[in-house]
Design a protein around this ligand. Structure first.
Ligand code: FAD
Length: 453
């Protein structure tokens, strides 16, 4: 196939779909994107961007409460939440428009319609039929539901519906403590809403390293978030929520944040699926020739940066027949808020479980001057290494994701953490904690007291 490819139809205009369209157009292939809602997908319209906008506003409001120290009094009861929602809508609207302009600047065709069916080489909307050399499914996911609890987006919300809230509830129960549940717990707690976070597993943020989970728990508790761990929902009658530990709570609202379900347009191709997500081979091809699937819909990783990266790798395969290596990629995870949380690689509990050889350091953010200047002393950089090679990095700190990237570049290139020993880090910055953490691995930190062992 390779350069013989002339026309590609892409169903879905989220980070996977639009990034692929851009890359194909740059390579001289005609790309057509079908989008039934707004361009940008979940990420721009219902996920990454709107939640981070609200999170930023909530954090600002929370921080400004401390300004009473300087004689400036902020009365949170005066808070007009609808203004925060309006800010978010403006940002999303602006980005929607610039995305459309970006795609059009590359001559990408955008069909703003729902795909009602597709087959070999053919995509149908209710008004038209289109033919392509290849079809790419980038249709993403939608919020998952809880058995027996219906989301009416008036009292029980899902992560889509909560974005349209215009008035803050007095109290909210958040079910699920993954990234979405934690970010919304932070938002509501910062805005003065009583939050109960309910998690079925034994710890919150269960996919994280245990030091990260327990630090996030401590941070949330400081914000007065009540945490119910190892607990499931037993029943919901009116607004009475009965938990499996016998407790009954009566929140004014409930947010269900328990995962995502794939969105697959109608087809009679019998495409192979696993738990509803499309199965793909190493080239992102589904069980049907010339039909590919990238982004959330293939379930490999439900993150926007993974979706974009898959799009880049698929474009290289389609244009140059370069074999993708997504399965070998190290995918960073981030939970936003103050402080930020970011990690990649192995967790300490996994290393212990498989009796792996490793060395660890947990370098406190409070050991660098910038943390005190900014009054952001909560957090750490945790490094897990074998010899000179990084096994896992787990960070709780301001700008944790940016700090993490310095380690990820080393890891991707299979380089020694000691390379950072020879780099001059600017002072005062949080990046000094990156430098110092690598020094601490060899008992050479210039900020920590001498290790007595
Ligand atoms: C609350 C929330 C916060 C998130 N925060 C982050 C974050 O901070 N960082 C991060 O990396 N990820 C985050 N994510 C995940 C991220 O949004 C997704 O991983 C990403 O959007 C997946 O991209 P995609 O292109 O595969 O699918 P999507 O972005 O879901 O795009 C799929 C598109 O396909 C369209 N579509 C579906 N069916 C049809 C059809 N039949 N016809 C036409 N169009 C169709 C949909 O309308 C949609 O626009 C978050 C998700 C949520 C819900």
């Amino acid at each position: 196939m390779g350069c013989e490819l002339k026309k590609v139809g892409i169903i879905g205009g989220g980070p996977a779909g639009y990034a692929l369209a851009l890359k194909l157009a740059m390579g001289g292939v005609y790309a057509c994107v079908f989008e039934k809602n707004d361009l940008g997908g979940t990420c721009l319209n219902k996920g990454c961007i709107p939640t981070k906008s609200i999170l930023y506003n909530a954090n600002l409001i929370n921080k400004s409460k401390n300004l009473t120290r300087f004689g400036l009094k902020i009365d949170a009861s005066e808070l007009d939440f609808s203004q925060i929602v309006e800010n978010k809508d403006k940002i999303v609207g602006k980005l929607n428009k610039s995305l459309e302009l970006l795609l059009k600047s590359y001559g990408i065709e955008i069909v703003k319609d729902e795909v009602i069916s597709f087959g070999s080489g053919k995509i149908d909307t209710s008004s038209n039929s289109y033919n392509f050399d290849a079809i790419v499914l980038a249709t993403g996911t939608k919020p998952s539901v809880l058995k027996g609890i219906e989301c009416d987006n008036k009292f029980v919300f899902d992560s889509d519906g909560i974005l349209n809230l215009t008035k803050l509830p007095k109290s909210i129960a958040i079910v699920g403590s993954g990234a979405i549940g934690i970010e919304w717990s932070r938002i509501f707690a910062d805005l003065g809403v009583e939050v109960t976070l309910i998690e079925a597993m034994a710890c919150i943020l269960p996919m994280a390293d245990y030091d990260v989970s327990s630090r996030v728990e401590r941070i949330l508790k400081k914000k007065r978030v009540k945490i119910e761990k190892g607990v499931t929902l037993k029943s919901l009658i009116k607004n009475k929520l009965e938990l499996s530990n016998g407790k009954i709570i009566e929140p004014q609202s409930i947010l269900v944040a328990v995962g995502r379900l794939p969105v697959l347009p109608k087809n009679d191709l019998g495409l192979k699926v696993h738990k509803g997500f499309l199965c793909v081979d190493e080239n992102f091809m589904t069980s049907q020739k010339n039909i590919y699937a990238i982004g959330d819909i293939n379930g490999l990783s439900l993150l926007a940066h993974s979706a974009t990266h898959q799009a880049i790798e698929l474009s290289q395969y389609l244009l140059e027949q370069k074999t993708p290596d997504f399965s070998k990629k190290i995918i960073p995870s981030v939970v936003y808020g103050t402080p930020e949380v970011a990690w990649f690689g192995q967790r300490e509990q996994d290393l212990i479980e498989c009796n792996a050889q490793y060395k660890r350091v947990l370098f406190p953010v409070s050991a660098v001057g910038k943390a005190h200047a900014d009054e952001e002393i909560e957090g750490f950089i945790k490094l897990l290494v074998n010899g000179e090679k990084l096994l896992g990095v787990h960070i709780v700190a301001p700008e944790a994701a940016s700090l993490l990237m310095q380690f990820l570049i080393l890891k991707e290139n299979n380089l020694s953490y000691k390379l950072l020993h020879n780099v001059v880090f600017p002072h005062p910055t949080f990046s000094e904690a990156v430098y110092e953490a690598t020094l601490a691995l060899d008992n050479m930190s210039l900020s920590l007291p001498k290790n007595k062992d």
